[in-house]
Design a protein around this ligand. Sequence first.
Ligand SMILES: [Zn+2]
Length: 469
Amino acid sequence: MAKTTLRFLGAAQNVTGSRYLVEANGSRILVDCGLYQERSFLSRNWDAFPVPPDSLDAILLTHAHLDHCGYLPRLEKLGFRGKVYCTPATSEIGEIAFLDYANIQSEDLALKKKRHDREGRSGPYPEVPLYTEREAIACLPLFAPVGYGKSAVVAEGLEAGFYDAGHILGSAMIRLTIRDGGDSRTIIFSGDIGRRDKPILNDPTVFSEADYVVMESTYGDRVHGDTADIDSLLEEAIVSTVKRQGNIVIPSFAIGRTQEVLYRLNGLFMKQRIPRLLVFIDSPMALRVTEVFERHQELFDAEMTKLEMEGHSPFHLPNLNMTASIEASKAINSVRSGAIIIAGSGMCTGGRIKHHLVSNITRPESTILFVGFQAEGTLGREIVDGAKEVRILGQMYPVRASIKEIEGFSAHADRDELLWWVTGLSKPPRHVFVTHGEPASARSFAEFLGEKTSWAVSVPHYLDAVTLD
Ligand SMILES: [Zn+2]
């Protein structure tokens, strides 16, 4: 077998910046091309790429979350011109995510520049975006879509197959086969591993054979609660708010979470567990992503397909308003009760959610309902942590609304689900590399897996290179 090298250029003892470099048969390919999003690693988005971008033959993407694909426009800008293999839904959601991120960068930079000018100082990174909207558009022609269960020859002797990961729409696990004469090796890249019985999506694919596995461990040291509770908690939050004659405001991510909330509301409406309130999706990005869901009904699981066929699509609720224009968004402010308002961003760091918080957070009759992880240092986290007063759009507001949080919406497998997934292999792989987790989580899962199986398992460090034989 010719020499194959695997280098960990990201998501190694941290969660974001997924990038794995495979060098084999004289070719170089990159699996995932993610942005670093943890504050302490942001500078890596600006560092020179460890190999010349134009020396990469191809890039393979597992899914359209920015920490897996958001660095692609930057690499194209720096000279990468090869093909980008991913599923059709990933290329469509990826396009939306790149453009949105380019916009956020230019808005953030304008604000930052104003602040720095006022304070007479400059920040640690260049005050230009990683890429502009125009530069994001420039990388789109590189996409070469590959459907689930199909594979593509991505370089000489290297073949990549794509399999449903059940994490977000279009998410894939990638099986890379490296051939050298009659000999071959397979590496499975898990991408983000979804959960069994999650609404809308199919369960993650389980593999029976692999020589090497590179797997995520975001929740490698935790077991999620019972997801059956989510509907009851949602029902309780809505019914109690209706009694008080207020609104329910839900900060939500545009990709996946918003659609899952709609799915669950649809179920509660159909069972008449909650009254048919007006539902507003006030996010142009969520609207575009929902259109991608509608275009790819072939990716739905059996329950969702049945709903679509029987005319009960959660995306076509008679009481659903999808808001694109700013005027329509402002008009929601005049609704004082009986509305469910879903808007981004999911951690309240920007976007239209801020206006809905301004209109509702001071009203004891309203509820602010969190359905996703709130990172340290975000407005969402401050509210969840019980701040009595918060700054929104430059002004202080007392928090008088009811604050609720529903956990368990996670799109990531927990420790036991990760173990279930990897032990689907019928014989021990040569090695399992545990990535995409905080150090404690990754190490805890590696230890757990080692104890359960006595397989060779390790947690690589940033820039580690291993030879696969
Ligand atoms: Zn993801």
